[in-house]
Design a protein around this ligand. Structure first.
Ligand code: PEP
Length: 256
């Protein structure tokens, strides 16, 4: 059975006190749930990673992700953070290729490919984000855009490496907009992603990889999205800053 994940992407939010309060509330509420096949992943900014690894280390259902890392292994790259550093403090996952970084930092698929490689070489599990812009959907090029993002950023990996990854489908027009993809739109793209992986690798690998949905996911719509056959949880931005609502999304993943 594929693992379900619900990932909280805090982005560039929270002061120290807010981060501590938020994670404490999430941890105490998650502790009260019966969780089988769902992993909750918290992704704060770099400065809170170590503390959040500490605060969550006793809960086997909660892990920590970084929002970015350098494409370089180590060396004279002032201001950068390496995947080895993240791994050495207990970070498990790495978000790679979030659309905000693709847009504002101009991250290309070929740069993301390097980040995927350094992450895997330091035992971080990449959560590779893909998704089309509104104009690409309107032009009906959304399938080829996503296929290209997978081809250029991921499909150089050998079979044993690709099967460790998590993919997040995040239509750019749904991120932070309050406009969510319909369950049908999410399902058809997730199924497409799985079919592309199946063609490139094989059906077993395609069926092993968890594919998350991201884009204005909230407590009211999560259940319908997570009920889709090929949707294995969510990558949650804005609502992950509200502990009670985020935990409701986790509950939707548990019950679907
Ligand atoms: C995200 O940033 O990955 C995201 C899905 O944001 P939001 O939930 O706010 O749309």
């Amino acid at each position: 059975m594929r693992k379900k994940l619900v990932v909280a992407n805090w982005k560039m939010n929270n002061t120290q006190d807010e981060a501590t309060r938020l994670v404490s509330s999430i941890v105490s509420q998650i502790n009260g749930l019966t969780i089988n096949n769902v992993e909750v992943v918290i992704s704060p900014s770099y400065v809170y990673l170590k503390e959040i690894v500490e605060l969550t280390k006793n809960d086997e259902h909660i892990s920590v992700a970084a929002q970015n890392c350098s494409e370089h292994l180590k060396g004279a790259y002032t201001g950068e953070v390496s995947s080895q550093m993240l791994s050495s403090i207990g970070v498990k996952y790495l978000i790679v290729g979030h659309s905000e970084r693709r847009t504002y930092q101009k991250e290309s698929n070929s740069l993301l490919k390097q980040k995927v490689d350094v992450a895997l070489s330091n035992n971080l599990i990449p959560i590779y984000c893909c998704g089309e812009r509104l104009e690409e959907r309107n032009a009906e090029t959304h399938y080829s855009v996503v296929e290209n993002q997978l081809n250029e950023g991921l499909f150089h990996l050998p079979m044993d490496a690709i099967s460790k990854l998590v993919i997040a489908y995040e239509p750019v027009w749904a991120i932070g907009t309050g406009v969510t993809a319909t369950a049908a739109q999410a399902q058809e793209m997730h199924q497409f992603i799985r079919s592309v992986i199946s063609k490139k690798y094989n059906p077993t690998i395609a069926n092993t990889i968890s594919i998350l949905y991201g884009g204005s996911c909230n407590a009211a719509n999560a259940s319908e999205l997570f009920a889709c056959k090929d949707v294995d949880g969510g990558l949650v931005g804005g609502v992950s800053l509200i502990a009670n609502d985020f935990v409701k999304i986790v509950e939707s993943a548990i019950s679907n």
